[in-house]
Design a binder for this molecule. Sequence first.
Ligand SMILES: C[S@@+](CC[C@H](N)C(=O)[O-])C[C@H]1O[C@@H](n2cnc3c(N)ncnc32)[C@H](O)[C@@H]1O
Length: 265
Amino acid sequence: MDLSRLNEEGRLLWNQKAAFWDALHGDDGNQFHRTLVGPVVETLLGPCSEERVLDIACGSGVIARRLASLGARVTAVDFSEELLAKARVREHAGKPIQYLMVDATHEAGLAALGEGSFDAVVCTMALMDLPVIAPLYRSARRLLKPAGRLVVVTAHPAFNSNNPVFFAELSDEGGALRRRSGVKLESYLDVPPVKAVGAPGEPNSHYYYHRPLQELLSEAFDAGLVLDGLVERSFPASTDAKPALGWSAVPQIPAVLGMRLRTRS
Ligand SMILES: C[S@@+](CC[C@H](N)C(=O)[O-])C[C@H]1O[C@@H](n2cnc3c(N)ncnc32)[C@H](O)[C@@H]1O
């Protein structure tokens, strides 16, 4: 499989849907960002005011803006010039954000951002979009200060990967109607890249690279990182009417996985 060709095709696909993606997320992101991704980043990152933070695969800049508003000095990189153009013109609170075009699969390009100069590196909802992740892990190790942390938030590989099938059932249990919603999976360990929908209504789909947990983490360990924080987050159960299908219908199933990694001493 030619992974660099897939990566280049990915760039084209992301450029093509940059305007859609930016409009969908607006300044503060969608429900996923506001309820899951943003809070998980903050839980794992901790206070970041005045810190130098790198956001890898920043997209339209939702998380970069959130970090800047918390007082961080943010550098944000992506390989889509169209998404970067959208991010640059969005206003935000806090310090200015430096946006740069850098490919997250190129270790040298990332490392050139300043070895040992970042307090934290963040990558949200993008690891599953990258054909290779070892260069990102290795460069994070090089970019971080000795006590720095890498915070990754990604689609949970055990549940929200490889096109899960949502189901909803209604049954009569001893005279009471019971609704059940859940997720069905067929495979987990060995799944080839697949094009899948990133958001309903988007103009084109892009590639997803499923990695079971053992792969997601062993590549980080091989890069000299250790795991010291882990969060699994689902949408909260609520009494509000919810759709029967989708992530907000399954409060017991985490849609995202957050990991904090540090340099092994
Ligand atoms: C699902 S979006 C997430 C964007 C952002 N991190 C967020 O949470 O809103 C995935 C992003 O990964 C970027 N991306 C995919 N492959 C990349 C690569 N090889 N190098 C840099 N960015 C990449 C895409 O351009 C897109 O902005």
